[in-house]
Design a protein around this ligand. Structure first.
Ligand SMILES: Cc1cc2nc3c(=O)[nH]c(=O)nc-3n(C[C@H](O)[C@H](O)[C@H](O)COP(=O)(O)OP(=O)(O)OC[C@H]3O[C@@H](n4cnc5c(N)ncnc54)[C@H](O)[C@@H]3O)c2cc1C
Ligand code: SF4
Ligand code: SF4
Length: 411
């Protein structure tokens, strides 16, 4: 209950704990019981809520790619909400080759597109936030969904269906099934591991795991063929703006008369789950970083500067609040950071933690002529991106405590 527990009253004991976090604690359960052969792979969702002048309530737009035209998997979404509010966001995979991929700035680039500019002009930013999404799907699922005294739910389990950007319904289903199984176990007075087994069985026979299986190759379709996002998509995206998507597709066909049709059919069969290629093996996201990779530039459309926010300015709209002495991110080895900083600076870049942070937390300090890693933790919007992209696996983002952290209400 509290960090400095003094008496029994500071503890709460449960027969079974349900873990429903995005890995802040559940990763320890998964690692301790060696539940995962394949790592979980992650994306980060960055999101803004706007007060706008028109009413778009009920409208939904999902987009793929733009402004990610460097092979990074991801896309955007715009949801019209009641009271003339608009949610604008991007979901960006953290297996990007780019060591300096700044998700908050990618969202600003997305907002510069005329389609979104038209909707937000004259509007007002209300909220900003970021969170991880588990993308590995079926092949990243833990071998067991429960361990002695604990059950894994929702994003902690990793049941989000990235093809349909559907995580809420699946997490709720986990909650319903867990409640039923726990109710039966408590009534019988048996909360042993065997009594928790029906939780996994019921999920496996329901839509949550069946659909995860059907869509098991969705991410792999893009991972296994870098041409889809790195080569074909930029051509199609450019033609959407200039003329028509079909012109882009024809261009792709002319440039790759033999390869493109084969790639198209192969990828579609994986995306639709009509072909079985057996189990797949992922690598941890940070292993995909190519230290000297530089994302290609593209022509920016004209945009209204008042609609675009720098990273430190965006943090203000996340309404973070932390108690004094808060230390919710561990840096394991400071010498590792010194070497990492020197390596990336030698390549004319900054470190992945500094670049990819969705707030303005990681920094490089000069102390005794040495360039060291430092953190402004009071800015942290608690997304865990830095932990995932650190190529040296040198960071751990822990749960916040005593009510501190960003304010997710209204996001
Ligand atoms: C930007 C973005 C857009 C998305 N869009 C969609 C969409 O359109 N449709 C859709 O279906 N899904 C969407 N998702 C995915 C969806 O939000 C998640 O899959 C879903 O919310 C997961 O539910 P959950 O209950 O597992 O976890 P969460 O919703 O993350 O809930 C976990 C809760 O646990 C709390 N918690 C964490 N640690 C602790 C702790 N130590 N102690 C106590 N409490 C703790 C957290 O504060 C949180 O309230 C989106 C995700 C993001 C990031
Ligand atoms: S935290 Fe990771 S990415 Fe950041 S400087 Fe240290 S080793 Fe490099
Ligand atoms: S420090 Fe890490 S957890 Fe905090 S906002 Fe930055 S990337 Fe997210």
């Amino acid at each position: 209950m509290s960090e400095d527990a003094k008496s029994e009253e500071d503890f709460v004991y449960g027969k079974v704990t349900c873990f429903g976090d995005k890995g802040f604690i559940s990763r320890e359960v998964i690692d301790h019981y060696k539940l995962r052969d394949n790592p979980q792979i992650w994306s980060v969702g960055v999101k803004e809520v706007w007060q706008v002048n028109e009413d778009y309530a009920g409208k939904v737009w999902h987009t793929l790619g733009y402004p990610l035209l460097d092979g990074t998997f991801g896309g955007g979404f715009v949801y019209g909400m009641k009271d003339k509010r608009l949610t604008i966001g991007m979901v960006i995979s953290l297996d990007s080759k780019d060591p300096n991929m700044n998700p908050q700035q990618k969202l600003q680039d997305y907002k510069k597109h005329p389609f979104i500019q038209e909707m937000i002009k004259g509007g007002k930013l209300l909220k900003y936030g970021a969170a991880l999404l588990p993308e590995g799907g079926y092949y990243s699922l833990p071998k067991k969904f429960y361990v002695p005294g604990a059950i894994l739910l929702g994003d902690a389990l990793g049941v989000l269906d990235v093809k349909n950007l559907a995580g809420i319904d699946r997490s709720m289903e986990c909650g319903y099934v867990a409640a039923k199984v726990l109710h039966d176990a408590l009534v019988k007075g048996d909360t042993s591991e065997a009594a928790l087994a029906p939780y996994q069985k019921e999920l496996e026979s329901g839509f949550v795991i069946k659909e995860a299986y059907k869509n098991r190759y969705f991410r792999w379709a893009f991972m296994s063929n870098p041409k889809l996002l790195g080569q074909y998509l930029p051509d199609i995206a450019k033609s959407v703006d200039k003329t028509n998507a079909w012109v882009g597709m024809l261009k792709v066909g002319f440039k790759n008369p033999f390869g493109a049709p084969v790639d198209g059919v192969t990828s579609l069969s994986l995306i639709e789950g009509t072909r079985d290629i057996g189990p797949i093996k992922y690598e941890a996201d940070c292993k995909h970083i190519v230290p000297n990779f530089t994302a290609p530039k593209y022509d920016e459309p004209p945009y209204d500067k008042a609609t675009i926010y720098s990273r430190p300015d965006a943090v203000f709209f996340a309404s973070t609040k932390y108690h004094e002495g808060n230390e919710h991110i561990d840096e394991f080895n400071s010498d590792t950071c010194v070497k990492c900083i020197s390596k990336y600076e030698g390549l004319g870049k900054t470190t992945p933690c500094v670049a990819d942070c969705t707030a303005e937390v990681h920094r490089i300090d000069i102390i005794d002529d040495l360039r060291k890693h430092g953190m402004s933790l009071e800015n942290c919007i608690h997304c865990r991106t830095c932990e995932i992209v650190c190529p040296e696996v040198n960071l751990r983002v822990k749960p916040t405590s005593q009510g501190s952290g960003p304010d997710f209400l209204g996001l």
